[in-house]
Design a protein around this ligand. Structure first.
Ligand SMILES: Nc1ncnc2c1ncn2[C@@H]1O[C@H](COP(=O)(O)OP(=O)(O)OP(=O)(O)O)[C@@H](O)[C@H]1O
Ligand SMILES: [Mg+2]
Length: 258
């Protein structure tokens, strides 16, 4: 049998250190769960993923369910890496989930099958119309709270992921978790981790009284990757990942720290 040298095309994230971990980037069309504890840098990572794509002319979209878009942009524009011009020019399109719900007449506490299909159609129509190739949903946890059955959440994520992949869109689904330890679930509903092509975990580790952020790639279908813990720093130039064992020797002022 012939050995294959086939490698899938990659969506180069542009996030410092992440493409090295992923041996070149996220395989195109993947749905990646970025599961993290509060304040672990999920939104910043998602936004940087979009900024790096927009910088090469890709159309990007961010659906925000955890904070209103005005607040989200107010916060993220504090980081010099974020370019508000990309929003103004339509390269990065930010949508409030609440606004989307009201367009669809879905201002209710729980969604049934029909509502879920309407939501999938609305998201995929937006992706298709704008030609979005990078998408972030922040967060899928907040969104799925309205979907009461596990089976419906599974169908929602599976169908959404499949449709987005067909449209050539690489997606980060942000998930809020309460613990990022080895034995923890990396999803809120227990179904997201099996359905997603990749899982990135983000959390905190305490070192000598300091709470350090870490990031670890747990799975990524279609590529070899490191599973080591990396420290995650939020710098003016964006997220910076450093293998945890090396931490302390490689951080310097060249990374844009003031
Ligand atoms: N200008 C800045 N430079 C460096 N770090 C910052 C800056 N602004 C905020 N932060 C840090 O970033 C954290 C928030 O990051 P981010 O919003 O990406 O996390 P998150 O995981 O999405 O949080 P949440 O759980 O609230 O959604 C803040 O708690 C703060 O520690
Ligand atoms: Mg957030």
């Amino acid at each position: 049998m012939q050995s294959s040298s086939y490698t899938r095309d990659r969506c180069v994230t542009g996030v410092h250190g992440l493409d090295e971990i992923l041996r070149g980037g996220i395989p195109y069309g993947s749905t990646v769960l970025a599961a993290g504890t509060c304040g672990s840098g999920k939104t910043t990572l998602g936004m940087e993923f979009l900024v790096r794509g927009a910088a090469t002319g890709e159309a990007c979209a961010h659906f925000t369910a955890t904070e209103p878009s005005v607040k989200l942009l107010e916060n993220i524009r504090q980081f010099p890496f974020f370019d508000m011009g990309m929003v103004d020019s339509g390269l990065i399109n930010v949508f409030d989930m609440d606004v989307l719900y009201s367009w669809l007449g879905l201002e209710k506490a729980s969604f049934d099958l029909e509502d879920v299909h309407a939501l999938i159609k609305a998201i995929t129509d937006i992706v298709n119309t704008i030609g979005v190739t990078r998408l972030v949903i922040d967060s899928v946890t907040t969104l799925c709270y309205k979907i009461k059955s596990e089976q419906l959440i599974r169908d929602f994520l599976f169908t959404l992921g499949k449709k987005l992949a067909t449209l050539g869109c690489t997606t980060i689904l942000i998930s809020e978790i309460t613990s990022a330890t080895e034995n923890a679930h990396w999803s809120s509903f227990g179904v997201e981790e099996a359905i997603c092509d990749g899982i990135i975990v983000m959390g905190d580790v305490e070192r000598m009284g300091h709470l350090l952020r870490f990031l670890q790639v747990v799975k990524m279908r279609g590529t070899a990757h490191s599973r080591a813990k990396n420290t995650l720093e939020l710098t003016p130039l964006g997220v910076m990942l450093t293998p945890m064992l090396k931490w302390g020797s490689t951080v310097d002022n060249k990374q844009g720290w003031g």
